[in-house]
Write a protein that binds this ligand. Structure first.
Ligand code: KG4
Length: 339
């Protein structure tokens, strides 16, 4: 079964063709990151306009790259939540019009379910149940994945997402947007151990997280150095910050897996590209006798293929949308796919 999939929830327009949920036939991505870098972060209105400009051409390219004619598309999948509302609307409405014109089913896909499903594309043997850590620019959550379309939210950040925190910390260290990758590179130049940064604990909610205190601490250290002229060890701060993020995520992931009795752990989302987090998760999983799956770097960030992968399993579960389907800026991962 060939699914034409659309993703436009933030600053990447992405269209892919995926076969049977597991095989990428094409994966066309147009990133707007350079444009938003001028402003130090994503400007929602610009994101929507850029999606409009390139989505039709990107759709043609995805079909051409896959060698698939429009008439051979069996279904259309699209991200319908969560994300920047204007941006999600562009991809979703384009997908609706394609599904209508081709007379094929329209499958609504939750963006974070898609991030988790990126692992199905990379690891043919991977099947639920497992415990998933999803850390991206807009979301950070721990989810029990009992089956392909059976999710249970176990914990989430109470404020900023881990990726957002990386981007903000990078900004005060003078690094370009998006800041995750340059922070990763800078952190590799130091062993750290210089800056004491906070770790959050939410009484009675061990699986919930908070990153705003950490973000503020880094901002204060950088601003303080700027104002007083005190030396700032940027690489050490990047390393200590990264260690603090890992300390927030890794033990909670293992605790969540233990509570649910899961021996398989899956990481997903842009922050799963972080080399320290990947190493720390691997070490913790080895210690606990768990198997860890982390997608290749190319599938950590936003892409259309992950929407095609999850779309396939939503389709098998009977999930369909009609033309009244709306886009949503927020929607929990364990809510039904369509209203
Ligand atoms: O999953 P994604 O592409 O978009 C959302 O769905 O939000 O994630 C983007 C986020 C950005 O905040 C970016 O800085 C972060 O992922 N990121 C990283 C790394 N590469 C990307 N964070 C830490 N280390 C990295 N190597």
């Amino acid at each position: 079964m060939k699914i034409l999939a659309f993703e436009s929830s933030c600053d990447e327009t992405a269209v892919a063709v995926v076969e049977d949920g597991r095989r990428i036939l094409s994966d066309a991505v147009a990133s707007q990151a350079d444009m938003h870098a001028l402003y130090g972060g994503v400007v929602p209105e610009i994101a929507s306009r850029k999606h409009v400009e390139c989505i039709a051409a990107l759709c043609d390219r995805a079909l051409a790259d896959a060698g698939v004619a429009k008439g051979d598309v069996d279904a259309v999948a699209a991200t319908y939540a969560p994300g920047l509302i204007g941006a999600v609307l562009v991809g979703l409405n384009f997908a609706k019009s394609v599904a209508y014109a081709l007379r094929v089913p329209l499958i609504p896909v939750h963006h974070i379910r898609g991030h988790i499903a990126a692992n199905y594309l990379a690891f043919p043997e991977l099947e639920p149940p497992f415990l998933a850590l999803c850390a991206s620019g807009g979301n950070t959550l721990l989810v029990d994945v009992a089956d392909y379309t059976d999710f249970r939210l176990l914990g989430a950040t109470r404020d900023d997402a881990a990726g957002e925190c990386f981007d903000k910390a990078a900004r005060v260290l003078g690094l370009p947007y998006p800041g995750g990758k340059p922070m990763d590179e800078l952190a590799r130049q130091s062993e750290g151990g210089v800056y004491e940064l906070p770790r959050a604990r939410i009484e009675g909610h061990e699986l919930d997280m908070s990153f705003s205190g950490l973000k503020t601490a880094v901002v204060n250290i950088a601003h303080n150095a700027e104002q007083t002229g005190a030396p700032l060890d940027r690489a050490a701060l990047a390393r200590d910050f990264t260690r603090a993020v890992s300390d927030e995520l890794v033990p909670r992931t293992l605790l969540a897996a233990q509570r649910r009795g899961r021996r398989v752990i899956v990481a997903a989302g842009g922050v799963a590209a972080n080399s320290f987090l990947r190493a720390d998760l691997q070490k913790a999983c080895d210690g606990a006798g768990c198997r860890l799956y982390v997608p290749p770097l190319s599938l950590c960030g936003d892409n259309g293929a992950m929407i095609g992968a999850q779309g396939y399993y939503e389709y098998l579960a009977g999930v369909r949308a009609d033309w009244s389907l709306n886009a949503y800026a927020t929607r929990e991962i364990d809510e039904p796919a369509a209203p």
